[in-house]
Ligand binder design. Sequence first.
Ligand code: ADP
Ligand code: ADP
Length: 232
Amino acid sequence: MIKLINISKRYGEGAAAVHAVKNVDLEVAAGQIMGVIGESGAGKSTLIRCVNLLERPTEGSVIVAGQDLTRLGNGELPRARRNIGMIFQHFNLLSSRTVFANVALPLELAGMDKAAIKHRVNELLELVGLSHRAKAYPSELSGGQKQRVAIARALAPQPKVLLCDEATSALDPQTTQSILTLLKDINKKLGLTILLITHEMQVVKSICDRVAIISNGELIEQGEVAWFFANA
Ligand code: ADP
Ligand code: ADP
């Protein structure tokens, strides 16, 4: 479902250039949950942002759902990106919009009609367990609730892939576990493929099928999570 072929990303030019990601090859099969773990500055965020071309890789190809995104122009990218949802550490909700309106936004942008939006948003809020908070504003929610809204919004365009950028790093351990359980449920129920980055081994242990370790921009090891911990 996701195939990164020899991806490199450099920021800047010449002597000041930072080689954030170096010759990374990574495959995530349909329906799998893959974790990339590494220390701060290892290149995790750059790598995951290359998957939906929030960062354009300096070299290599990014293939998602059979489509080579690196060959698409800026005009064709938005449509291809509907296959790829993303959630962030700090949720990135719009504070001026209610929970309902945050989740509705991508559907409005896609031109869906009002009645269909209402139906779809209610369905999504039920999926993440937040139907009772539809009219609340983000400032009235806990961190875990905010991330649930962000998950509902990311799923609204029916993506095949969900990217999670340190999605539980701002949450306490108990809330982290409830968000990870939700992601696993969604993975099972919808067959969604998930790629996440984290600096916490516990996140990988809880929900990932496979894990890759990134250090200094390079993937230094990868394998099945069960194998990994059996040999740790
Ligand atoms: P991680 O997510 O693992 O903390 P990042 O991908 O954020 O790692 O960063 C990898 C390296 O790239 C670091 O050395 C960081 O300082 C550098 N970097 C990240 N973003 C930029 C940027 N926009 N411009 C220049 N350097 C950057
Ligand atoms: P971090 O994980 O380092 O705390 P975030 O992942 O929250 O940071 O945000 C990283 C960047 O992604 C921000 O600079 C922001 O401008 C951008 N961003 C936030 N939301 C979206 C979005 N929905 N689509 C595209 N880019 C976004």
